[in-house]
Design a protein around this ligand. Structure first.
Ligand SMILES: [Mg+2]
Length: 405
């Protein structure tokens, strides 16, 4: 099973924001200089989703105008409009013909800094219908609370201050949920989720992470400053050969790949801890004519698919195909991208919002350490063993402080 689709609810009226949402859907309001929904689009892209379906209602014309048939990198956006207010669950029924067997469902007015893919490994068992992300440590009385029994949600408690987690508005959904939506309007929060919990088919995964809901004026104002900071994350730059996989010389096909011990678990741990994860790898085999760039990219695609099965992912792979003594003329040159040059790290820092002060590089050779130093980052030399144990000594478990609401 590959998770390809996210579905985002952007149809609500947003009455608590008053005049702001009279002529604009709440998820399209500008927050920190861009429409709120584009923070979710940023996350959907980095988690490798291919399609985003926006379910529009109130002021749907604005959603169609801004997003219908747009692409953001590899993510394509579609818009579906309900013909009358169908409620948060009813909106799904309206779109039933375009939903995948399994998809992510996102509230269009809240943001939780959470590893979306950490919900995916639960697909190994078939005894649940929805799996909800829960934000742990959110203060304040305006949220309902969730009680867990193991990894299952046992019940929903009324709004109030509590140590219990809150529903963060991110769900992994099996399509059979639609069988429960027999009439519209139908509310996810009031009709569907409590019934699923009562039947024991609603999983929950609680995690710490910054959370904000733009539904009330105070938090909408706070989000203007806070939300952009949520996307500024520390980064772990990982060498590939000798760090993620054993360096068996010019590895370029999946059947040649031998993973380092706990490599996928290490990436997952960094994802859960709120780091961006980047792979930066010299691939002189391209310049030497041993294999082509398409094989490098295909291998990285295969690695990504393997990682996703355990809820992990790499935000971007950068490779350097050049070498000054290459036999393929197109690739025979000195390049600052090639480690010990810092070019690959700097290129990533240009396109991602990185908290450099808390970032680091892991490599198995001195050229990795030199590249890190040239990019102004600490480098850590990995000498084998469990990669998970190694990265745990480098990175605090959760760097982000949950935001109260
Ligand atoms: Mg190496």
């Amino acid at each position: 099973m590959t998770l390809r689709q996210a579905v985002c609810l952007v149809g609500g009226r947003g009455t608590r924001l008053g005049a702001l949402t009279d002529t604009m859907p709440k998820p399209l309001l500008s927050v920190g200089g861009r429409p709120f929904v584009e923070y979710l689009i940023h996350e959907a892209r980095r988690f490798g989703l291919e399609r985003l379906l926006l379910l529009a209602g109130h002021e749907a014309g604005k959603v169609l105008q801004a997003y219908a048939n747009r692409r953001f990198g590899d993510l394509s956006v579609e818009v579906r409009v309900e013909d009358r207010p169908a409620g948060t669950a009813g909106a799904l029924a309206v779109a039933c013909d375009v939903l995948d067997d399994t998809f992510l469902l996102l509230n269009g007015d809240s943001f939780f800094d959470f590893n979306w893919l950490s919900l995916v490994p639960a697909l190994a068992s078939d005894d649940w219908t929805m799996h909800a992300a829960l934000a742990q440590g959110v203060r304040g009385g305006r949220y309902g609370r969730v009680e867990l029994d193991g990894n299952r949600i046992s019940r929903f408690l009324p709004k109030g201050e509590s140590d219990l987690p809150i529903n963060a508005g991110i769900y992994l959904v099996r399509r059979r949920l639609l069988e429960r939506i027999r009439s519209v309007p139908c509310s996810l929060e009031n009709d569907v989720l409590p019934a699923l919990a009562a039947e024991g088919v609603l999983l929950g995964r609680a995690a710490e992470g910054a959370f904000i809901d733009i539904g009330i004026p105070d938090d909408f104002e706070r989000a203007q400053i806070l939300l952009p900071t949520f996307l500024r994350r520390p980064a772990a730059f990982l060498d590939r050969d000798g760090v993620l996989n054993h360096d068996d010389n010019y590895v370029h096909r999946p059947d040649q790949m031998r993973w380092i011990e706990d490599a996928a678990a290490a990436v997952r741990w960094l994802n859960d801890a709120g780091y961006y994860v980047f792979v930066v790898t010299n691939q002189a085999g391209v310049a030497r004519g041993y294999y082509g760039e398409s094989e490098v990219r295909a291998l990285h695609g295969w690695m990504q698919a393997e990682l996703r099965r355990v809820g992990a992912h790499v935000d971007a792979f950068e490779y350097c195909p050049f070498h000054p003594e290459g036999s393929v003329e197109a690739y025979r040159r000195v390049s600052d991208l090639r480690k010990p040059g810092p070019g690959m790290l700097l290129k990533i820092r240009e396109t991602w919002d990185i908290d450099a002060g808390a970032s680091f590089m892991v490599g198995d050779r001195d050229i990795d350490m030199q590249a890190a130093r040239a990019a102004g980052l600490p480098g850590h030399l990995f000498r084998g063993g469990s990669l998970l144990e190694f990265v745990r000594t480098l990175a605090p478990a959760r760097r982000r402080i949950p935001v109260s609401g």
